[in-house]
Design a protein around this ligand. Structure first.
Ligand SMILES: [Fe+2]
Ligand SMILES: [Fe+2]
Length: 121
């Protein structure tokens, strides 16, 4: 397999693993296994580091400023979409859509602050 092909597959694989480990961690917390949850969260973070390393090395994130600008738009769009979904679904989805939408808005505000900081330096 060509390196570029492998990197694509690897990074996507790590990304889905992160979500799955965190999902299992939530399940562990909800079913009374806090230590298992903690270990799963640690694994998820390590998987994130693996994917991130591969992403940096492959040169996919060229510069910080354009990355942050791109993410800012994605976070805003995700928030809008999630609020919209919340309007069309009942519980428990409504709450999940709404609170994650508010998280995306907060991410956008953080990124705006980071961009201001970058522009000053
Ligand atoms: Fe990994
Ligand atoms: Fe986000």
């Amino acid at each position: 397999m060509k390196l570029e092909e492998y990197l694509e597959k690897w990074i996507r694989g790590e990304a889905i693993e992160i979500v799955e480990y965190l999902a299992a961690a939530i399940l562990a917390e909800e079913t009374g296994y806090p230590e298992i949850a903690q270990a799963l969260r640690k694994i998820a973070l390590e998987e994130a580091e693996h994917g991130a390393r591969a992403l940096v090395l492959s040169g996919k994130i060229k510069d910080l400023k354009s990355f942050l600008k791109e993410r800012l738009e994605c976070e805003k769009k995700a928030a809008e979409e999630r609020h919209e979904e919340a309007r069309h679904h009942d519980e428990p989805w409504k709450t999940v859509f709404e609170y994650t939408a508010r998280d995306e808005e907060r991410h956008a505000r953080i990124i705006e602050g980071l961009l201001r900081k970058l522009e000053k330096s």
